[in-house]
Design a protein around this ligand. Structure first.
Ligand SMILES: [Zn+2]
Length: 174
């Protein structure tokens, strides 16, 4: 659970979008996405945040070293995925990874081949991983839903297992 959370922690710096939407709704002014534009990818998309998340999550873990290592790795997997596939709609909207921020301006990583956040590459990767996760969940008896609620996860996994049994049963009877 901690490792999964560590993988999404970099995007905490994008939560300014909530303040942007709230401010725009409250004031009636046009939403300029000020906080989102200023802080997303700068506060927690570098090694300083990676170290904080790794140490903090390691404290909550029973197997400290193993959890810390995996947290550090998935945090960087997030950064790698952002580097290769988080571009905006136009080709110039490449999003750099400011790896030293917020402490240091450098190094900054940019990849010119960065594909769109909503590009087909991400859709294929998402769909493949999502289906794989459902398959694994049915086999293992727990899924990513357990992060939110264990009881709901049990219901979710039981449904998946029923589907899988039906699917395999139909295939066997062919
Ligand atoms: Zn990110």
């Amino acid at each position: 659970m901690l490792v999964t959370l560590a993988g999404v922690m970099p995007d905490v710096d994008g939560l300014g979008i909530i303040a942007d939407v709230a401010h725009s709704a409250y004031s009636g002014e046009e939403n300029t996405f000020y906080y989102y534009q200023h802080y997303h990818h700068y506060l927690s998309h570098g090694w300083p945040a990676a170290i904080i998340v790794t140490l903090l999550f390691g404290c909550f873990a029973r197997r400290h070293l193993r959890t810390m290592l995996l947290c550090f790795l998935v945090f960087h997997l997030h950064l790698l995925c952002d580097l290769i596939g988080s571009r905006g709609p136009s080709p110039g909207d490449i999003w750099p990874i400011a790896y030293g921020e917020p402490l240091f301006r450098h190094p900054i990583f940019v990849w010119n081949g960065q594909w769109r956040l909503d590009g087909w590459q991400n859709k294929i990767i998402f769909t493949t991983l999502f289906l794989w996760e459902l398959w694994l969940a049915a086999g293992r008896g727990y899924s990513v839903v357990e992060i939110f609620n264990r009881k709901v996860d049990a219901i979710f996994v039981a449904t998946l297992q029923k589907w899988r049994t039906n699917l395999l049963g139909k295939r066997n009877s062919l």
